[in-house]
Design a protein around this ligand. Sequence first.
Ligand code: FAD
Length: 446
Amino acid sequence: MPDAQTTPIHDVVVIGAGAMGLAAAHHVAKSGASTLVLEAGNIPGGMAAHFDFDGVSLERFYHFVCKTDQDTFDLMAELGISNQMVWKETSMGYFTRGKLHDWGNPVALLKYPHLNPIEKFRYGLMAWWCTKRKSWGPAESMTAPDWFRAWLGESCYQKMWHRLLYLKLFQFTDVVSATWIATRIQRIGRSRKSLLQEQLGHIAGGTQTLVDALCKSILSNGGEIRCSAPVANIEAGEDHLKTVRCADGSEVRAREVISTVPTPLVNAMIPQLSEDEKSKLDAIDNIGVVCLVYKLKRKVTGHFWLNIIDEDHAIPGLIEFSALRDFGDETIVYAPYYMPVDNPRWAWTDEALLDEAFETMKAVNPDLTEADVLTRQAARLVHSQPICTPNFLDKLPAVDTSVPGVQVADTCYYYPEDRGISESVGFAKGMAATALGRLQQNGEDH
Ligand SMILES: Cc1cc2nc3c(=O)[nH]c(=O)nc-3n(C[C@H](O)[C@H](O)[C@H](O)COP(=O)(O)OP(=O)(O)OC[C@H]3O[C@@H](n4cnc5c(N)ncnc54)[C@H](O)[C@@H]3O)c2cc1C
């Protein structure tokens, strides 16, 4: 048993070294508070982490930046890496009934062959309305399918959206919130150079550049980041200190704890939460992702984002990352298989999924052959996307929990925004401010 008298005390212990945890730790460490980050994985970064893809440092999960990602820009400025933002003119496509079509601008909508003029008008109006909204009004209490039906009609919803939603959400398709999807349409719709030209960004060197800069800031401000240190248990004592226990039995004590781990893991980690908090956290469903990535000798379509609506194919889209970030002559393309982890496909081997998705790529571009594949890999994540239902914020327990000095959040806390680096780092700022405010109140002046 570790001795409580000699267990080190930190002002703030942050659990999880993803974008949210690192950004929170950066803010608290910068203010002079003693800061420790505990991360289960063997490297920092969480969903934003990189891996070595045949000699290229690459995100396990593709990341693009939109022009509305102000919290990312603010953080990059603070870290002195604003000059690392790279913008690119990008395009979208739809692969429908065996054919590739342009998408994502008014001309493409007019030319799209599978919608009638009234459907085109309704679709354009919906997309325009989404980019203009500041609040969502009655849409907040609607599900996404009902909201699409109201805007587009049943037939257009089926042709343009149903399969995209279904191949990501499966049994959750009919319960997902309208505003969660509308904010996604808004984010992309607002990232434009002109009405006709989409413009998306990436961080030079990938999200690792941001992760590295955050780690550097934490360390240079006297903080510590401990990887391969999964937290098993957090317990509040009567002395206002929390004991944070790792799976290997090691312990630290903290005045403030900020947990950024996926909410489904929180109840087991913090048994002192109230029954109300536990049941609310228990009610949040998540889906997983098997994210495949290929390095190819030739392009698939040249579109950054391709939606696939075709009964013969089991992935809803391809992300041709090399249309955003330059990889020389090589093409990098991701194929995400989102699914609840009880889906039979989750039990497939990575190889089987890699083979199946490549068949889809060959259908999209019949010139592609196996000889074009330079390398390929899969990454899995069990908690990749919380399922946000209408009026979702009303269903969440407060960030500042009933356990004094313990805050809990994950990507669903910034609903209706979808998971995003910008949203995570923005949310982290608020959690850091709460922790610092309380430290100050309690006389731990920083
Ligand atoms: C396929 C995919 C594509 C995406 N595309 C984009 C995009 O284009 N643009 C964009 O902005 N965002 C994108 N995102 C979302 C973005 O990656 C996330 O919003 C962001 O990285 C979340 O950061 P986070 O810190 O909130 O969560 P996470 O990154 O999940 O961090 C949580 C951390 O907690 C750790 N942890 C878990 N349990 C414990 C424990 N017991 N003890 C200690 N640590 C623990 C985890 O290992 C993890 O590192 C994408 C995500 C995915 C999966």
